[in-house]
Ligand binder design. Structure first.
Ligand code: SAM
Length: 257
């Protein structure tokens, strides 16, 4: 059993940020859904085994379950792990699914996986463990297996950090922090530390871990980015320059050589 407690109980801080940030109702989930369809197109026909690292309450297990014959979820926070197990039990695909209450660095399975997803986890990992985290994902993938990482994207020249919370009226608070403050806040209740990565920084880590980059897409354009146009997600992914400048989140689809 893991001792880690995820600081954003019931995702209250995240929901208040989405509420304050999204342009129109439904944009946030539609933007992520576009990313999921891109991943599904690439892994179509892969079948085999799926590992969801930091599965939270299990929403991505449900999203990908029909494509795989076995599903594993790992979740270090006991409360979220328990929710996930109860959620999975309500579905017929529970019989092909196993959930473990461990963090990535505690997980020692006796097999490797065809597809590994880590959705919105890397931004909460201490900076000195980011490379180790990606290396651990790589070690768990089969040769030629796929890894998808969804995380927060820096639209600046370098990465930056927020300590995120909410006030008594449920308004989102995002205080900029330095790297030391970010690392010190990893499990502080009520404060969610967020690391925003540049594309170059993420690509460098993935290359160092021996992964090839299949797709890089940014998503979740925030209200304060001032881009209220139709098909905004297609627009911001239409050139490398725009990808660097827009989108609060990023998806990397990677392949083990
Ligand atoms: C923002 S939530 C994302 C949950 C889920 N992946 C999703 O997209 O809905 C981040 C999750 O990562 C988990 N987490 C944090 N550190 C982790 C680690 N070292 N290994 C695995 N999971 C971790 C947290 O407990 C939390 O449930």
């Amino acid at each position: 059993m893991s001792r880690y407690n995820y600081p954003d109980k019931d995702d209250a801080i995240t929901y208040s940020m989405i509420n304050d940030t999204e342009y129109s109702e439904g944009y946030w989930s539609g933007s992520e859904n576009r990313i999921i369809q891109i991943i599904k197109k690439h892994i179509h026909g892969l079948q085999g085994s799926f590992l969801d690292v930091g599965c939270g309450e299990g929403r991505m297990l449900k999203t990908f379950q029909s494509l795989f014959s076995t599903l594993e979820g790992i979740e270090p926070d006991f409360y979220r792990y328990s929710h996930c197990r109860n959620f999975v039990r309500q579905h017929t695909w529970a019989q092909k699914t196993n959930i473990s209450n461990v963090s990535l660095d505690e997980y020692l399975p006796d097999r490797k996986f065809d597809f590994i997803l880590s959705s919105h986890v890397l931004q909460h990992i201490p900076t000195y463990k980011v490379k180790e985290f990606v290396a651990d994902l790589t070690a768990l993938a089969k040769d030629k297996g796929y890894i998808a990482i969804l995380t927060c994207h820096s639209n600046r020249e370098s990465s930056y950090y927020y300590l995120s919370s909410r006030d008594a009226d449920n308004n989102s608070i995002e205080n900029e922090a330095d790297e030391t403050e970010f690392n010190e806040t990893i499990t502080k209740p009520g404060w969610l530390p967020i690391h925003f990565f540049t594309i170059d920084e993420l690509h460098a880590v993935c290359h160092e871990c021996g992964l090839s980059i299949v797709e890089t897409q940014v998503f979740h354009v925030a209200k304060n980015e001032g881009l209220k146009i139709e098909n905004v997600d297609e627009y911001i992914n239409s050139s490398s320059e725009l990808k660097n400048r827009y989108g609060r989140d990023i998806m990397l689809l990677l392949k083990k050589k």
